[in-house]
Write a protein of this length. Sequence first.
Length: 219
Amino acid sequence: MLSSSFSVPSRSNRQRGTALAVLATTAAACMAPAAHADYLWLQREGAEARAYTGEVERRSAALPALKAPRAYLADGKDLPLAPQAGHIDVTAPEGQDLRLTTSVVGDKGALTFYQARHGRAETRAANDLELVPTTPGGNTFKLVWKGQTVAASQVNVDTSAGWRRTLAPAKDGTVSLETPFPGLYVLEVTARVNGAATLDGKRYEDVRHTATLSFEVAR
């Protein structure tokens, strides 16, 4: 599946006087979709959740070398997690949205920060990059980068029913989605950061953030 992308200034650029208003303008600029990219998403199974990588209909058989995965609730409370061969188990209370963040270095040296959210009850972001419903349980979403609403060139949708869509933003930057089929829906967007980042003492020139929002539609 193609990933949409937009550029956002690095921390060093912002420290040189780049205001949040400029960030929003930069992020809203439409760019060509990036090359094929896998993503990470969460699925619920009662009080348990699982994080997978790949695509909904093409899960990775084995997890990549994920760095420091963390699962948590919007209030910052960490949740128990247990990495397995092909997924991560997360113990989480029902009825609350949950997040999982981690990072991975790709074969070509790109550093990707995965930021997954499950649920659409909350209308505020907790991850650095997050798709957020504008109303609890709604089908219209805004994209938030570090607390600032921005616009992507497109948002991709995968479902367990095999139904795929690419959403274009409205004039206000939001995207809206119909949910005609029961099952799992995963919305995905990828942002490329302008500037390098250092992780575990190593500098990376190619830095990306991939955010997913997943939820189930009742059968």
